[in-house]
Each structure stands twice: as structure tokens, then as C-alpha cells.
Design a protein around this ligand. Structure first.
Ligand code: NAD
Length: 261
């Protein structure tokens, strides 16, 4: 736990499920003020707010589409009106679907880029603007993916969006470091969440995926939330412009394990 996160205001997108939810719970345990953006699973937001409150934090929520400027602006306004600050922005919302590239429609391509990349950009832009106007040395975290580095056939839109987030983050980190705003990415590997629930429910697919992870298991959402808490804390004060791969070693060429190659 990080004492300095108590009373800080954190905005998290796509927070009703999966990693966003786990991050919101973690910040609840840190007794932070949590601003929850959600797009689906509206019925589960109330229990999340209740959990955060029971931990000693505070929470408000707003439905919105991260690819829409107005929705992101309203989210930042909600944070200001509810808690008087935006100290930490976590751009987590993301989507994916499998389709062979020659069959990918322009609509499908655009939607994934709009949500994953443009949504993260809008979250960065609006929170940076707020932080600059209020003299806040804030922290911004984008949830990218191992696919900001690993190519992924049948998911060209997704891999392109996550690759884009890498240079977006690095560029913004450089641009706003003089203002004391730290911007970093977390790149999860295979983590047990709704995004890959169908794949992980198939024992063969699960085993194949586990083989790609040197640590040998599918990660838990809490293991990503722990990285988000650290990157938001003062313990990471000299860290900006980097991607932390929380992937059990997936990006370390597991096929070479045991001396292969
Ligand atoms: P998830 O499907 O549970 O979470 C994604 C969330 O984004 C959902 O709550 C969804 O409602 C929300 N969302 C979708 N479109 C939105 C929009 N237009 N506006 C606002 N919210 C929207 O899956 P997850 O695994 O928790 O995914 C969270 C992030 O982690 C994503 O960016 C994903 O790409 C990334 N990621 C996940 C894994 C993994 O293995 N689970 C691995 C690498 C990266």
C-alpha cells in the first residue's frame, strides 16, 4: 500500500470489468477517490462503488464511450466536480476481435483504432490539459499489451492500436516531463479477464497459451493493478516514458527456452 495515494483522484476507463475493475478495487484499498468510466456491465458498477467505499475510498461513475471527446471531457468534469482534482489517469478501455486481415472491414478497423488508440489519446489529452491548468504533477498510465511489441496475425487492428500507444506514450512523456507529469504504459501478457474468457475456457487453448508464458501461468488482474498502483505512487518518481511488461516473460522469446534455437 502507498500512503500517498490516499485521497488522490484517479480516473479509470473501462472499469466495470477485468483489469479496469481490479485497478479500481486496488485504488479503493488505497483509499483513493475513484472515477469509474464504464461502457458495459452497468449492473456491476454499483457493487464496485460499494466495495471501494467499504475499503475506505470514494467512488463515482459515468457511462461513456472513450472514443468520444465529449464523453472524456464529461469524465474529467465529474472528477473535478466530485473530488476537485485529477491526479492519475488510467486509460484502460480496449476491445479486440479475431478476423483475417484480408476480410477486415474498414468499420472494424476504425472501431478498434478509435477505442484503443484514439480513446487513450483523448484520455491523455484531456487529463494533461486539466493537470497543466491546475498545476498538478500527475501520472498517466495506458494499458497497452504485449502486442505493442509482438505482431499478432488476425488482430492487425489491435496490434496496430497497441503499437501506436507505445509511441504516443513516449512522445507525450517527453513533451510533458518538464511539467512533472509522468506517463507510462503497462503491457499485460495473458491475464484472466472477460476479453479472453472464451479462449481460456477451452482447456487446449489455455494450455497452449500457458506454454507461451515462461512463468507458466495466466496472470491475475490484481498483478496488473499492483503495477498501476506502483506507477501512480511516489516510489516510481523517476520513471517516465517506459512500458512495463507484466507478462510472465511472454516477450522474452519463450520458444528459445531450454536452449532451443
Ligand atoms: P475487458 O473486456 O474486461 O475490459 C475492457 C473494458 O473496456 C470493458 O469494461 C469494456 O466495456 C470497456 N470498453 C469497451 N469499449 C469501450 C468504449 N468505447 N468506451 C469505454 N469503455 C469501453 O478486458 P480486459 O482484459 O480487462 O481489458 C482491459 C485492457 O487490457 C484492454 O485495453 C486490453 O486490450 C488490455 N489487455 C488485456 C489483456 C488480457 O489478457 N486480459 C492483455 C493485454 C492487454
Amino acid at each position: 500500500m502507498y500512503k500517498e495515494l490516499e485521497g488522490r483522484t484517479v480516473v479509470i476507463t473501462g472499469a466495470s470489468t477485468g483489469l479496469g475493475r481490479a485497478i479500481a478495487q486496488r485504488f479503493g484499498r488505497e483509499k483513493a477517490n475513484v472515477v469509474i468510466n464504464y461502457f458495459s456491465k452497468e449492473e456491476s458498477v454499483e457493487s464496485l462503488i460499494q466495495e471501494i467505499t467499504e475499503y475506505g475510498g470514494h467512488a463515482v461513475s459515468l457511462k461513456g464511450d472513450v472514443s468520444k471527446e465529449t464523453d472524456i471531457r464529461e469524465l474529467i468534469c465529474l472528477a473535478h466536480d466530485s473530488f476537485g482534482s485529477v491526479d492519475i489517469m488510467i486509460n484502460n478501455a480496449g476491445i479486440e476481435n479475431e478476423v483475417h486481415s484480408e476480410d477486415m472491414t474498414l468499420e472494424n478497423w476504425r472501431r478498434v483504432l478509435d477505442v484503443n488508440l484514439t480513446g487513450a489519446f483523448l484520455g491523455c489529452r484531456e487529463s494533461i490539459g486539466y493537470m497543466l491548468n491546475h498545476g498538478i504533477k500527475g501520472r498517466i498510465i495506458n494499458i497497452s499489451s504485449v502486442h505493442e511489441q509482438i505482431p499478432w496475425p488476425h488482430f492487425v487492428h489491435y496490434a496496430t492500436s497497441k503499437g501506436g500507444i507505445k509511441l504516443m506514450m513516449e512522445t507525450l512523456a517527453l513533451e510533458f516531463a518538464p511539467k512533472g507529469i509522468r506517463i507510462n504504459n503497462i503491457a499485460p501478457g495473458a491475464i484472466e479477464t472477460p476479453i479472453n474468457a472464451v479462449k481460456l475456457a477451452d482447456p487446449d487453448a489455455r494450455a497452449a497459451l500457458e506454454k507461451m508464458v515462461p512463468l507458466g501461468y495466466i496472470g491475475k488482474p490484481d498483478e496488473i493493478a499492483a503495477v498501476a498502483a506502483w506507477l501512480s505512487s511516489d516510489e516510481s518518481s523517476y520513471v517516465t516514458g517506459v512500458t512495463i511488461f507484466a507478462d510472465g516473460g511472454m516477450t522474452k522469446y519463450p520458444s528459445f527456452q531450454g536452449g532451443n534455437g
